[in-house]
Write a protein that binds this ligand. Structure first.
Ligand code: DGJ
Length: 731
């Protein structure tokens, strides 16, 4: 049993392989948090402490007892307005204008299987990975606002998911100003917050900052999860490292505005909470209605960050991503964006596809520029009709010709956008998000469609479906190239504009769900000017996301390092591109670009016809090596052996098969220097007693030798040299 209820002690215990989580129905039916951490199957309510403290109020029922305060107790779901002054999960406005919610325990339910959330992404169970659900219902007896707290327990991965359903069982409307998904409290304050900040072309930079009494917030208010902050964060013990120490990870399965807040309270306790960003959020829940928060997946590791990442990697790969390409090998693709930008036609594309197919590449992706009158980024978004004048053919003819030379065809769309210079905008200027009488903020000369409108969602679906029905298109790159400003919808009155941001995301998920259901053979890759919407919510609909517009192999070391903390390799879109690199001007060896792209979904983004013979030969070798190691790379355990922030000489990583018989070690040197040091790297995840051979050579190494004494690396000669080692159990 992963979930237990002890009626006598009024205790809920959630157990995973290595962790436990405990909740207590406390005095006055308050819902108290007791513990989350290393497995302890024991009644921990002795941890509850009380004390009369000045300015810390007491529940009314406490009468003359001044020791129990909601301002100092650890809680499961904090609310504002009833004497708890720390971060709240729930802020409401009641009909009388009061801002208070007082949640008390009402009932519980334990179920086999994992709850699912209507219209929202959610971790799901499979035959192999079974799950359990706990629902604890709380109620505010004054307004009849009911909150169901959902807990999903994934024993195998040490994961607990959380979400809340907020129902108005009363007679009057209630407005939500904040409705978070999770709250997690700790009796102490020894944490660092690890989060992943960035910008376009440099996403998910690693940052580790101590948590103290000043409130920290990691957030996006851009309408998308954003380049600037990622909705995956970690609370790590100050001493935690890759391989040691306690850490907690939180992944928000949501692609819009979010906030993760953490603070140390006046008596040294830490409260963490996460959910939809409350700014511009005001959601009316009428009598009889329910508001469902998105899900947060949490995990705990007592063995450092590496184990925490493994838990999330497995969860996302096996129990969040869906569809044909969850398990089937994905095609190695070549994308024409950096090869041609807007300047292409069918002949050019077929030439690229033909040469690519000869080198072993399996799919051509036609990027931006094939529709309307689009020759630059000023026009035509929204007009998803092929520009036959430019292409010289229909999509069907293009697909047939690309298929005939041995490639699948994929296509780029930016479905959520419209240009002012487009037939769609001329016909339906009201279909975009805009504030009447206020000039629109332009960003890449495009405006965001109002996905809260049903006719807009139908238009987007039908436009894409028409193309998919007309030709053998097997992949979609779903792009999104701006932040959302002027959030106002003509579909809602002045009292409901605070719903637009969230309803937009629900609209987006609805379209993606429909496409997934109706076109299960189509692989969808997410994108948002690179990795601007790289989150676990999108991965429910698209198993891979273009990681960054920055394809420079050296910059990618940091970008992919940061991304790997919360997301598996199978999610990370990564390509070999031309040099000098189009984003940095840097020249790195072809081999290095291949090694770095293989720490992702692997593909190419250049004109193969312009390559030298030896580079083409390298493509053949890279493709072969990647195919040979596909399972290992995508399903093995991923180890960050060095950090590009700490080791300035080289960056290295390793994937190990779950049975420890195979491993792939990758090493990329940074700039080379005269009179170089001797370098070696300590491997991980091998069987210490087994013998291994490297790159087919006769010499044998024990796992222990490779892991504890290390593997000797060659001396670098020239900048950015890379090495790859296929390690196999010796026969
Ligand atoms: C931004 C994407 O990240 C690029 O890969 C490319 O598809 C362009 N958009 C096209 O406009």
């Amino acid at each position: 049993m992963a979930i237990k209820y002890n009626e006598q002690d009024k205790l809920f215990t959630l157990l995973t392989q290595n962790t436990s989580y405990q909740i207590k129905i406390g005095p006055y039916n308050t819902l108290l948090h007791l513990y989350y951490g290393k497995k302890v199957d024991h009644n921990l309510d002795y941890l509850i402490q009380t004390m009369d403290r000045s300015h810390c109020g007491n529940p009314n029922e406490a009468e003359k007892d001044r020791t129990f305060s909601m301002d100092t107790q650890l809680q499961e779901y904090s609310t504002f307005g009833m004497g708890d002054f720390r971060i709240s999960c729930l802020d409401v406005i009641n009909k009388d204008g009061s801002c208070a919610a007082d949640l008390r325990y009402k009932s519980y339910k334990i179920m086999d299987g994992k709850y699912q959330l209507e219209k929202l992404p959610s971790v799901y169970e499979t035959e192999r990975i079974t799950m359990q659900t706990l629902i604890i219902t709380c109620i505010d007896i004054v307004t009849n606002l009911e909150v169901e707290l959902y807990y999903g327990v994934v024993e195998e991965y040490d994961v607990i998911t959380r979400a809340a359903k907020i129902s108005n069982l009363g007679k009057d409307k209630i407005e939500l100003l904040k409705a978070f998904s999770t709250c997690l409290e700790f009796p102490n304050s020894h944490f660092d917050l690890i989060h992943f900040y960035g910008k376009h072309s440099l996403e998910r930079e690693f940052d580790r900052t101590p948590v103290g009494h000043a409130k920290l917030s990691v957030e996006s208010m851009r309408g998308l999860s954003s380049h600037q902050h990622n909705p995956f964060v970690i609370l790590a013990d100050r001493s935690a490292t890759e391989t040691n120490g306690e850490c907690y990870g939180f992944s928000f399965l949501y692609s819009g505005n979010f906030q993760a807040q953490v603070e140390v309270d006046q008596i040294g306790q830490t409260r963490f909470a996460m959910g939809i960003h409350p700014a511009f959020f005001r959601y009316e829940v009428k009598p009889g209605e329910i508001f469902t928060t998105p899900e947060v997946a949490m995990s705990y590791s007592s063995e450092g960050l590496q184990k925490l990442s493994h838990n999330f990697h497995k969860l996302i790969r096996n129990n969040l991503c869906r569809g044909k390409y969850k398990d089937t090998r994905r095609p190695i693709l070549i994308n024409n964006w950096e090869a041609t930008y807007f300047n292409f036609n069918t002949e050019k594309l077929v030439l690229i596809a033909k040469e690519a197919a000869e080198l072993g590449i399996e799919m051509l992706v036609m990027d931006d520029g094939w529709f309307g009158k689009r020759d630059d980024d000023f026009s035509s978004l929204g007009d998803w009709v092929v520009n036959t004048n430019k292409l010289g053919t229909t999509i069907k003819e293009l697909a047939d010709r690309v298929n005939a030379v041995g490639c699948k065809l994929g296509m780029w769309f930016e479905p959520e956008m419209v240009n002012e210079d487009s037939d769609l905008y001329r016909k339906h200027p009201d279909w975009c998000l805009h504030i009447p009488n206020r000039p629109m903020t332009r960003c890449r000369y495009q405006i965001v469609l109002d996905l809260t409108r049903e006719e807009v969602r139908a238009y987007i679906y039908n436009s894409i479906a028409a193309i998919l029905n007309s030709a053998n298109v097997e992949y979609i790159k779903w792009d999104f190239n701006r932040s959302i400003a002027e959030v106002w919808s003509g579909m809602k009155d002045e009292n409901h504009q605070g719903q637009v941001f969230h309803d937009y995301i629900l609209g987006l998920y609805e379209i993606l769900e429909r496409l997934n259901n109706d076109y299960p053979q189509v692989l969808i890759e997410g994108c948002s000017s690179g990795g601007g919407r790289f989150d676990a919510g999108m991965l429910y609909y698209e198993p891979q996301i273009w990681c960054s517009d920055n394809t420079d192999a050296f910059d990618r070391l940091k970008i992919q390092y940061g991304t790997s903390f919360g997301y598996p390799i199978s999610a990370v879109g990564s390509h070999v591109s031309a040099v000098p690199n189009h984003q940095t001007g840097r020249t790195t060896p072809f081999h290095t670009r291949g090694v770095v792209a293989m720490a992702g979904t692997f593909g190419y983004e250049l004109d193969v016809n312009k390559l030298l013979t030896n580079e083409k030969e390298e493509i053949r070798e890279q493709v072969e090596l990647y195919k040979r190691n596909y399972e290992l790379i995508n399903s093995g355990d991923y180890y960050r052996l060095t950090s590009p922030y700490e080791n300035t000489d080289f960056t290295s990583w390793q994937t190990v098969s779950t049975d420890k018989t195979q491993s792939l070690l990758s090493v990329v040197y940074h700039q080379s220097h005269g009179n170089s040091n001797f370098y070696k790297v300590l491997l991980r995840g091998l069987d210490e007693n087994a013998l291994y051979q490297i790159n087919g050579e006769d010499k044998k190494y024990s796992g222990a030798a490779l892991m504890y004494a290390g593997f000797v690396l060659p001396n670098p000669w020239g900048d950015y040299q890379a090495y790859q080692y296929e390690i196999k159990l010796s026969k």
